[in-house]
Write a protein that binds this ligand. Structure first.
Ligand SMILES: Nc1ncnc2c1ncn2[C@@H]1O[C@H](COP(=O)(O)OP(=O)(O)OP(=O)(O)O)[C@@H](O)[C@H]1O
Ligand SMILES: [Mg+2]
Length: 344
């Protein structure tokens, strides 16, 4: 095992809007960090200051001389240089005791990515030091990672709620029958909380605080007692500019999140309507699988079940599904050959 790195350097990368994960063949997920790069800016020159966890702590708290960037937006590269910098950094970190050969890499891309966006992702991975780069559609990776029987002649539906997008897909015989990507995910939920507090409480909060609210007391359904758990939130009073604290209830958060949740549920309904009847019948039998960090929102599964009438299950490790599925594609390269694109 000590020389493992010498023999197997193949890795899978889930290059997400919110988090980047690296899976090493036969080892599993060994890195999971926020997709953030912080630069020190001096005389117009940029120098990398921190990447990942450390850089995320700086978001929203930077002085003029430091710039914290999220290179990915809505699942695709928004800033090429910082994306490459980030991939390079994570790959180096994953292979601390540098391996001899350059790795073969498989990366997932959103189903709706354009050829130009796909090329940009492949290019960054190659420039970051990969020998070869294959692409896999994110919904396929999510379904494999969640343990769905995607190669069978039966319909499987997976809903991956990420930071930037929600991807709904129906799969059968190892390929996508129907997929729909909506630009609603964890980021939009954070925005919805920020807007709610601004409108109803004249309170301005930052993105990190909004995310904290969402992951602590966030819920997709109105609490039964009309109030639920509470949390104190601090921000700036928009009327007089001084710091202020407000007590937020789960009911308030549910109200704030109603619109993005509704949009996610609608995307699932539209996908069901577009699914051929026999596959739709399979989905009624087997239910829907939820993956992605956004799927961990309180009662998200229940909300979707109430809206669609379908059985809904939450994947085992929702945030790791796509990385694990992409990793599977490395391990079962022969069987899953047709889902990975090494060309173009
Ligand atoms: N417990 C939780 N409740 C609600 N949301 C959560 C929870 N934990 C994480 N999230 C959210 O999940 C999102 C990140 O999920 P994930 O890592 O699957 O996204 P991603 O793969 O980076 O994004 P994308 O697939 O859109 O490119 C973030 O918006 C984060 O705030
Ligand atoms: Mg994702």
């Amino acid at each position: 095992m000590a020389f493992f790195g010498l023999f197997s350097t193949d890795i899978a990368i889930d290059l997400g809007t919110a988090n980047t994960l690296i899976y090493v063949k036969n080892k599993g997920v060994i890195l999971n960090e926020p997709s953030v790069v912080a630069y020190h800016v001096k005389d117009g020159k940029k120098q990398v200051l921190a990447v990942g966890e450390d850089a995320k702590l700086m978001l929203g708290r930077t002085p003029g001389s430091i710039e914290a960037i999220r290179p990915m937006r809505e699942g695709v590269i928004a800033d090429f240089d910082s994306a490459e910098e980030m991939i390079k950094h994570f790959m180096k970190k994953a292979f601390r005791r540098s391996s001899i050969t350059k790795p073969k890499v498989i990366v997932c891309v959103p189903h709706g990515a354009t050829p130009v966006e796909k090329r940009a992702i492949r290019q960054s991975v190659l420039s970051a030091g990969a020998r070869k780069c294959g692409l896999i559609a994110e919904p396929i990776a999510a379904a494999i990672g969640a343990g769905m029987p995607i190669t069978e002649p039966t319909g499987s539906m997976v809903v991956d709620i990420g930071g930037g997008t929600t991807e709904v897909a129906v799969l059968s015989l190892g390929d996508i029958v129907y997929a729909r990507s909506v630009r609603v995910g964890g980021d939009r939920m954070d925005d919805a909380i920020i807007n709610y507090l601004r409108r109803h409480h004249n309170l301005l909060i930052g993105e990190s605080t909004a995310e904290k609210v969402k992951t602590t007391i966030g819920t997709a359904r109105m609490p039964d007692d009309g109030r639920g758990a509470t949390m104190m939130v601090r921000g700036r009073d928009l009327l007089n500019g001084v710091p202020k604290e407000v007590e937020l209830t789960q009911a308030m958060v549910a109200e704030a999140l109603a619109e993005p949740i509704q949009q996610i549920c609608e995307a699932v309904m539209i996908a069901l309507e577009a699914t051929p009847p026999d596959l739709a019948a399979d989905i009624v039998d087997r239910g829907v699988m939820l993956s992605g960090g956004g799927a961990m929102l309180g009662e998200m599964d229940l909300a979707l079940r109430e809206q669609t009438g379908l059985m809904v299950s939450l994947a085992d490790q929702p945030m790791n599904c796509v990385a694990m599925g992409t990793g599977r594609a490395l391990e079962y390269e022969k069987q899953l050959r047709h889902v990975v694109d090494f060309e173009s």
